[in-house]
Design a protein around this ligand. Structure first.
Ligand code: EPU
Length: 302
């Protein structure tokens, strides 16, 4: 979508919002799939309520983009613009056991920075790609760790009240790959309270998780991590593997040979290819196991 509305274009400089024309989402997502649209980069959190009021008043549809690492975006000219937070410097500030982290900060870098300050707990998240905001939004987790366990406070733009609010950790529910935030809420900043640990000990934990991940996941390939959530008490990856579906392809969208719950873009896969592969695998799992797998990947197809 190309922003043509004069009122919006005129307001952007005063709101400190940068307009980038015709950006390819394929270049902003780890799957390397997605069409083009205008992107608005937000430099000051405080301008968000006014910006969104303006976009809504002018009928400009929009979606929030984090790190693009758990996202499948439709092909072609997108019918919405994309909003993204600019990365402030510094994006992580550590005081005692509290790390105050901007939502745009890279998750892996945050884990490493905290480790260097002898703050541990998040070792399992080291190889999870994406931003802290994205991880928070869906309560990302790996190797027994989930980010929600360490949340002391979140600054968030809440779509319902159209305002920025600060919530205490205990006001938010964090479940497996799910939080009580509404789909249109935008994470802005989080205070994480982390246990003190010697750096060398944290580093050992980080190395172990990195090795496990390298051994079991297709890290060098374009993917969005796991496509499906694990059903209660079962593993989506194991079920898909047991059905012999590794290597199954639609165009260049392919079930990874290394981990069956990772679907990779092996070349020039389109969103349509990936969606067809997802539907196909879901149907086969449903037929054999009677379980309907739920997407973990977020799909922007309208
Ligand atoms: N397995 C297979 N074949 C496969 C894949 C897995 O048999 O192709 C088996 C494994 O051998 C293991 C079991 O299934 O016995 C579970 O596999 P794994 O340990 O790889 O964990 P997972 O349940 O598939 C979850 C998360 C990952 C996270 C890992 C490590 C979900 C949907 N996935 O995977 O998160 O990295 O545990 O903690 O919860 C993601 O969220 O995108 C993601 C990759």
């Amino acid at each position: 979508m190309r922003i043509e509305e004069r009122r919006v274009l005129e307001a952007l400089p005063a709101l400190n919002v940068e307009l980038q024309r015709s950006v390819s989402l394929a270049e902003l997502t780890s799957l390397g799939i997605g069409g083009t649209t205008d992107l608005l980069r937000i430099h000051r959190h405080e301008t968000i309520p006014e910006l969104l009021k303006l976009l809504d008043a002018q009928g400009v549809a929009h979606k929030f983009l984090g790190g693009g690492s758990n996202l499948l975006v439709m092909d072609g000219e997108l019918p919405f613009v994309v909003l993204q937070l600019a990365q402030p410097d510094p994006d992580v500030v550590i005081e005692g056991n509290i790390a105050t982290v901007d939502a745009a900060a890279d998750l892996g870098r945050t884990v490493t920075l905290c480790a260097k300050n002898n703050l541990g707990g998040m070792e399992g998240l080291i190889g999870v790609p994406g931003t802290v905001g994205g991880a928070l939004r869906m309560n990302a987790g790996a190797y027994g760790t989930q980010i929600g366990s360490y949340v002391r406070e979140v600054k968030v733009y809440r779509a319902a009240g159209r305002a920025i609010e600060t919530l205490r950790g205990d006001e938010i529910s964090f479940e497996y790959r799910h939080t009580s935030f509404a789909p249109d809420d935008m994470m802005l900043r989080v205070k994480l309270e982390l246990p003190s640990k010697p750096y060398q000990e944290i580093l050992r934990g980080i190395r172990i998780c990195n090795e496990k991940r390298r051994a079991s996941q297709p890290l060098g390939q374009k993917s969005a991590g796991c496509i499906f959530k694990n059903p209660p008490g079962a593993s989506a990856g194991r079920m898909i593997d047991e059905l012999g579906l590794k290597g199954l392809s639609v165009g260049d969208a392919r079930v990874s040979d290394r981990h069956a719950n990772f679907f990779v873009n092996a070349g020039r896969a389109s969103a349509a290819d990936m969606l067809a592969l997802i539907a196909n695998v879901r149907q086969r799992v449903q037929q054999v196991y009677g379980v309907t797998l739920e997407n973990e990947v977020v799909v922007w197809n309208a």
